[in-house]
Design a protein around this ligand. Structure first.
Ligand code: GDP
Length: 423
C-alpha cells in the first residue's frame, strides 16, 4: 500500500532554529540516504567549520540548485506512521509566497520560537499567516532549551507570551513542546534533560495529526492549465488541469467559465493510469471534449450546476484579506490596472478599489483604513476589481479557488484569500 504523506511547514523568526530542526528531523528519523551525514560533515570540516544540523538543509538546497535532486521545493522525512513533506523556501518572503500560493498546500505547521529570544515580531507575523490560511494542526516548538539550562520556568514564560498572542488571533496549538534542535532533545527522541515535561516529542505530536482529504462531494472546479494536441488523433485536443474540488466524470457536461462554453467529456485520462471513469480533488488529468477546446484559465464546472451545490461565482469585484509583501505600498485607485491577479490558472489585470480594514500583522494593531495605502507586512481587507470576469470561491469553501497572489511587473507583491465573492 502507498504510504500516506503529510505536507508540513516550519515557520518562525529567522535564527530561531528552523533549519536546525529540519536537519534534526531528517537525521534522527533515519531519513537521510546512507553516507549523507558523513558527506556533509566532511564538507564542513573541509571548510574549517564546526558541523551544524542546519547544514543538512543548506546542502539539500545546493543539491537542488545543481539539479542533483529532482524536487525543487520539498524535503522528506519519515516516521513509523507516515512520510512528511516539508515545504521550505530559502527566505522569509519566498516562504510567505510559497505558503499563500499553495503550490504546496500545507496540512500542518510547526511554529518555532527560541526560548532564549522569546516571541518576536516575525514569530507573530508567521502565526498570523497560519491563521489566515486556516491551518488548524499546529505544534509550537520552544527551541534552544539548552541555552536556558532546560529551565521549566523560562519555558512557561515564553509559552504564556505565545499563548496570549495566539489566543488573540484564534490559533489553538495542539501540542507545545520544549526542545533543543541542536542537541535533538524532544525532536524524535525524548529528552532526559527535561524530566518535568511528559508530553510527546515533535515527531510524536505530528504523527497524531490527520491527513486532510478534500471532499469529493463539493461542486466540481477544474481550472484549465493547458491544451494539447491528442497524439493519437491530431484534430482532437486534450484539456489538461487539476481537479481542485468535486468529481469529474466521463460523459459529463461541463460549463467552462467565465466564457460560458458547454462541452461534453468524451474521456478522462491520467498519465500512467490510462482512462478513468472519474477523477477527484488533487488529481491531474487530461480531458478529451466533444468540441473546440477551452483556453488556459477557463474553469470547468458542472453544466447544470444548480443541482450540484450551486453555480460557480463569476465576478469582477470581490473582497479579500491581503498580506502585502512589497516595500512599495499599495495605493488604491480607479485609474488603471497596476497589478495582475493570479488564482489557480487564471490571470487578469487587477486593482484595489478600496481598503476596508488595515491591520499590522505583528502587533495586531488596527490602523486607520482611510490612510489610503497598505504597507509592507500589513494585512488589509480590500475590495479588488479585475479587468474582466474571474471564477472565484470563498477561501472557506474551495481553498484553491479562494487564494491568490498579486503580481506587479515580475514581482509577487501580495498574497491573499477571498473572503466574499461579491463586495
Ligand atoms: P533559522 O534561521 O530559523 O533556520 O535558524 P537556524 O536553524 O539556522 O539556527 C540559527 C542558529 O541557532 C544557528 O547558529 C544554530 O546552530 C542555532 N541553534 C538552532 N537550534 C539551536 C538549539 O537548540 N540550541 C542552540 N544552542 N542553538 C541552536
Amino acid at each position: 500500500m502507498e504510504r500516506e504523506s503529510l505536507a508540513l511547514v516550519l515557520v518562525g523568526h529567522v535564527d530561531h532554529g528552523k533549519s536546525t530542526l529540519i536537519g534534526r528531523l531528517l537525521c534522527d528519523t533515519g531519513s537521510l540516504p546512507e553516507g549523507k551525514m558523513e558527506e556533509i560533515e566532511a564538507a564542513a570540516r573541509a571548510e574549517g567549520k564546526e558541523f551544524e544540523f542546519g547544514f543538512i538543509l543548506d546542502h539539500l538546497h545546493e543539491e537542488r540548485e545543481r539539479g542533483i535532486t529532482i524536487d525543487t521545493t520539498q524535503t522528506f522525512f519519515t516516521s513509523p506512521t507516515r512520510d512528511y513533506v516539508i515545504i521550505d523556501a530559502p527566505g522569509h518572503k519566498e516562504f510567505i509566497k510559497n505558503m499563500i500560493t499553495g503550490a504546496s498546500q500545507a496540512e500542518a505547521a510547526v511554529l518555532i520560537c527560541s526560548v532564549a529570544e522569546g516571541v518576536q515580531e516575525q514569530t507573530k507575523r508567521h502565526a498570523y499567516l497560519i491563521e489566515l490560511l486556516g491551518l488548524e494542526q499546529v505544534v509550537v516548538a520552544y527551541n534552544k532549551m539548552d541555552l536556558v539550562g532546560f529551565d521549566r520556568a523560562r519555558f512557561l514564560d515564553v509559552k504564556r507570551d505565545m499563548g496570549a498572542f495566539l489566543d488573540r488571533i484564534g490559533v489553538r496549538p495542539s501540542i507545545e513542546v520544549p526542545i533543543s534542535a541542536r542537541d535533538g532533545d524532544n525532536v524524535a527522541e525524548r529528552s532526559e534533560k527535561m524530566p518535568w515535561y511528559d508530553g510527546p516529542t515533535v515527531v510524536d505530536a505530528l504523527d497524531v495529526f490527520e491527513k486532510i482529504t478534500p471532499p469529493r462531494e463539493k461542486p466540481l472546479r477544474f481550472p484549465v492549465q493547458d491544451v494539447y494536441e491528442d497524439p493519437e488523433e491530431p484534430d482532437r485536443r486534450i484539456v489538461v488541469g487539476r481537479v481542485e474540488s468535486g468529481t469529474l466524470r466521463e460523459g459529463q457536461r461541463l460549463r467552462f467559465l467565465p466564457d460560458d462554453e458547454v462541452r461534453t467529456v468524451l474521456s478522462v485520462r491520467q498519465y500512467a493510469r490510462g482512462n478513468l471513469e472519474t477523477a477527484g480533488p488533487g488529481e491531474c488529468i487530461g480531458v478529451v471534449c466533444d468540441a473546440g477546446p477551452p483556453e488556459r484559465g477557463q474553469v470547468g464546472c458542472p453544466a447544470d450546476s444548480q443541482g450540484q451545490g450551486g453555480k460557480a461565482n463569476v465576478t469582477d469585484r470581490f473582497r479579500a484579506s491581503v498580506f502585502w509583501l512589497s516595500a512599495t505600498p499599495l495605493e488604491p485607485g480607479n485609474a488603471d490596472w497596476p497589478l495582475t491577479f493570479k488564482c489557480a490558472t487564471q490571470a487578469r489585470p487587477c486593482r484595489a478599489a478600496a481598503i476596508r480594514e488595515r491591520v499590522d500583522s505583528g502587533t495586531l494593531e488596527h490602523l486607520p483604513p482611510d490612510a489610503g495605502r497598505l504597507e509592507e507586512t500589513e494585512v488589509g481587507e480590500l475590495v479588488l476589481e479585475t479587468a474582466g470576469p474571474v471564477v472565484l470561491e470563498s477561501f472557506y469553501d474551495v481553498q484553491e479557488l479562494g487564494r491568490f497572489v498579486l503580481v506587479r511587473g515580475r514581482d509577487v507583491v501580495a498574497g491573499g484569500i477571498v473572503t466574499h465573492v461579491r463586495d
